[in-house]
Design a protein around this ligand. Structure first.
Ligand code: NAP
Length: 324
């Protein structure tokens, strides 16, 4: 099969299409004939050599796929050959065939296309588990979501809307600001022109109950200072660095929670629990298209370098998709 591989980490041009063995599913796994694979920021960080795959995970990039079931292990229940599915996978997505665990595989909701379905797993598992499970999001809270047009940001905004949240987001240009406004965000701040901390503090909103952040760096203290009493900061990445000098007094006095998580290393059982909540609360809205999958661009495997140049450039809105 064709798969995308690299010998040495580096810039997008290290990526190359190679021939590789078709993987063989164990008794609990599903082999998917890939029709679409999502490109995510963690793939970029892995390509750069800063996010090595955990032990026993495929060294091939790609954390989510959609396609047809090609083979199933003998203990797999509720799926049959040729089912149209999507899956959160432990690497190996940038390939014509990919192994998936049954716990994190699902039938494609409604009439979503393969490209749309490949937008779902990584971002919705991550956004749901961090906003709702770690962040304990409840109805009518004020929520700050940094980087609103990223795959994660768009998923998080649409999940927060289910909870009737007052949503604030940060973006890097006016086109992205307009997109987020159209998505129903209450306040969009162009962080390149304005300081999000100052804007929120001076507005009627003043503070927020929950923050989802993957920027870190100088955002860490600003985030903590923006949290209301009993507020929660959830970090799922640190694009600008993960260290800060923090006065824990504020955390004690405001009874704050500072938390975070990474999805890839979590157990199949955990991923299965997240999927069961997504099926209940998110998939019906995907079927009705009240929650949308926004495909920024689609690239053939042979153009994988262009796909990674696009994500590196950061101008995308929504998801970049690869087709074998
Ligand atoms: N912990 C986990 O389990 C987990 C899982 C998946 C992803 N993640 C993390 O989540 C993040 C998003 O992933 P993704 O695949 O959705 O990324 P993505 O689509 O590539 O989006 C990243 C976006 O971040 C924005 N950004 C950069 N610097 C910013 C800043 N200072 N303030 C606000 N926004 C900024 C950029 O948009 P602008 O033009 O607006 O700057 C960029 O487009 C990554 O850091 C990734 O590692 C974590």
């Amino acid at each position: 099969m064709k798969a995308i591989y690299y010998d040495q980490p580096g810039s997008p041009d290290v990526l190359q299409v190679v021939n590789s063995e078709i993987p063989v599913p164990n008794d609990n796994q599903i082999l998917i004939k890939v029709m679409a694979a999502g490109v995510n920021r963690p793939d970029v960080i892995q390509r750069q050599g800063n996010y090595p795959p955990p032990e026993n995970h495929s060294p091939i990039l790609g954390l989510e796929v959609s396609g047809y079931i090609e083979k199933i292990g003998k203990n797999v229940k509720n799926f049959s050959l040729n089912n149209k599915v999507a899956a959160l996978v432990n690497g190996g997505g940038y390939a014509e065939f990919c192994l998936a665990e049954q716990e994190s595989t699902f039938k494609i909701p409604g009439d979503l296309s393969f490209n749309e379905a490949a937008c779902i797993p990584e971002c919705y598992f991550t956004a749901w588990s961090n906003l709702v499970q770690r962040g304990r999001l409840t109805k009518n809270q004020k929520v700050l979501i940094h980087g609103g047009t990223s795959g994660i940001g768009i998923a998080a905004i649409q999940i927060a809307k289910i909870f009737n949240s007052y949503i604030i987001t940060t973006v890097g240009n006016e086109e992205k600001a307009k997109f987020c406004k159209n998505l129903g965000v209450n306040e969009v701040i162009n962080y390149k022109k304005q300081d999000f901390f100052e804007i929120i503090k001076k507005s009627d909103v003043k503070n927020v109950n929950l923050i989802l952040d993957y920027v870190g760096g100088e955002y860490i203290l600003k985030n903590i200072n923006l949290l209301d009493t009993e507020g929660t900061l959830v970090n799922i990445g640190f694009l600008e660095g993960s260290t800060a000098q923090i006065n824990l007094m504020k955390i004690m006095l405001k009874r704050l929670q500072i938390t975070g998580s990474t999805l890839r290393i979590r157990s199949n059982k955990f991923k299965g629990q997240v999927l069961s909540e997504l099926k209940k609360f998110v998939f019906p809205l995907l079927v009705e298209r009240k929650i949308m999958c926004f495909v920024d661009s689609v690239f053939k495997f042979d153009d994988v370098i262009k796909a990674h140049e696009r994500i590196d450039e950061g101008k995308h809105i929504g998801k970049i998709i690869l087709n074998p």
